[in-house]
Design a protein around this ligand. Structure first.
Ligand code: EPU
Length: 423
């Protein structure tokens, strides 16, 4: 298993170009199942989660080609069963349910198992499919969904922790080929949902209101192929901005949509950083007046849960008392114990972390538990004194395209070590 060895204390500076969004690309790839025609997707990041999705599409019978960020999919003839061996590797596999149901009126996909960032049910997705007239059965660890025909309906996707992002995508993808009108109330407003809706509209779907909490879909008979460029990854961009905050002088993230990052930008401004936003770039400049902040994670346009761990690493280095309250995944705090190993002073009470900034983090052997926790450990390691050895970095390769290479270009010193053959 690869490790990352981060030599702390180097100053970051320069410009980094942001890759295509993982969380946009995954449901867009699933949407290719809705048509027999060729679909071309550009700016697809080279990540293991994308690789899993392409494998699933191939297993379902799609022709899949990939060359330097461009993926072509042709789903002429497909089957409707995705087995556990591949689905278990990635929770986002559930987003094939909607398109399979929409096109074939049937889907069998393994129920995703537990997840380290907390309990992640898909009850809202399944209830939405039932609202559209499908029957859902969970048997032998698999979800079986069948519909003699899909009928547009009003579907409420607001759950205990707010709207569901992949659930909204799933219901949209099933409803575009249903008879009549579907109204999604409590829809997720994330930019990734809007990007997916844009793709579906290019395919001939009739969708209004994506990006708001009420999406209206008028079903159509069939959909065509499309060409689409995936939006930039706002979470990768946010992670690099926080890297600039924690270890940089002046750092620019380019090829971004600044509007997708407003909540983070206002938090960084509150923490005392200077930010300059241009049409498709953001520059952060670090100064000496860093301040603690109080934040809460919320669905878009609120502060993203996917940046919570990284912000936590940054706040560990800012004098004073900061707090972070996690509303989306209340148990998403696996990074705290590892950050404490690096000298961070953090108390967790329920879903609220109180962070008392320390003068200096110190390098230590730590373990990545999930994608964003891994990113937080890398960020903390950049600011730490000495060397940090991060194990289980396969988590980071799920969602960050060459993060070590990109950081090294900015002045960091990160090495990867190959598996230790002694175990
Ligand atoms: N929820 C339910 N029932 C459901 C679905 C969700 O109760 O049927 C709850 C979840 O447990 C959670 C909340 O609703 O408390 C929001 O979950 P959501 O369904 O929105 O999450 P998701 O769609 O499965 C996507 C991203 C996550 C990101 C969340 C929240 C993808 C592939 N994943 O997951 O990204 O944290 O939205 O913004 O789009 C990541 O990239 O590291 C990541 C985990």
């Amino acid at each position: 298993m690869d490790k990352m060895i981060v030599h702390g204390g180097r100053t970051l500076q320069g410009e980094v170009s942001i890759s295509g969004s993982k969380n946009s690309a995954l449901p867009i790839l699933a949407a290719t199942l809705l048509t027999r025609e060729r679909c071309i997707i550009e700016h697809v990041p080279d990540l293991s989660d994308i690789h899993y999705m392409l494998t699933i599409l191939s297993m379902l019978g799609c022709e899949v080609e990939r060359a330097s960020g461009v993926v072509q999919v042709k789903a002429s003839h497909i089957n409707t069963e995705a087995p556990y061996e591949i689905v278990r590797k990635m929770r986002a596999s559930v987003c094939i349910l909607g398109p399979l149901l929409g096109r074939e009126h049937a889907a069998t996909v393994s129920l995703p198992g537990g997840c380290v960032i907390g309990d992640r049910p898909i009850d809202l997705h399944l209830r939405g499919f039932e609202d559209l007239g499908a029957t859902v059965q969970v048997k032998g660890g698999d979800i079986h969904i069948l519909a003699s025909h899909l009928q547009g309906a009003t579907v409420n996707l607001r759950g205990k922790y707010g709207p569901t992002v992949l659930g909204t995508g799933n219901i949209m993808m099933a409803a575009v080929l249903a008879d009549g009108m579907t109204i999604i109330d409590g829809a997720a407003e994330e930019p990734e949902v809007t990007d997916l809706a844009e793709v579906l509209i290019k395919m001939g779907a009739k969708i209004h209101g994506a990006g708001t909490s009420r999406i209206v879909i008028e079903g159509v008979k069939e959909l065509s192929g499309f060409t689409h460029t995936v939006i930039p990854d706002r979470i990768e961009a946010g992670t690099f901005l926080i890297a600039g905050a924690i270890a940089g002088t002046t750092l620019t993230v380019s090829q971004v949509i600044p509007h997708h990052l407003e909540a983070l930008l206002s938090t960084l401004a509150d923490a005392g950083f200077d930010l300059v936003t241009q049409k498709d770039s953001i520059t952060i400049t670090s100064n000496h007046l860093k301040k603690p902040v109080q934040i809460e994670t919320h669905p878009f346009p609120g502060f993203a849960t996917d940046l919570q761990a990284q912000l936590c690493a940054m706040l560990s280095t800012i004098q004073g008392v900061s707090t972070i309250r996690e509303h989306i995944f209340p148990q998403r705090f696996m990074h705290l114990a590892e950050l404490k190993r690096m000298g961070a002073n953090i108390e967790l009470d329920g879903a609220t972390a109180t962070i008392i900034g320390v003068n200096q983090l110190s390098g230590a052997p730590v373990m990545a538990s999930d994608l964003r926790a891994s990113a937080a450990l890398i960020l903390a390691a950049l600011a730490a004194d000495g060397v940090t050895e991060i194990s289980r970095v396969y988590h980071i390769d799920r969602g960050y395209e060459g993060i070590d290479k990109k950081l090294n270009k900015l002045g960091a010193y990160i090495q990867r070590s190959s598996p230790d053959i002694s175990y």
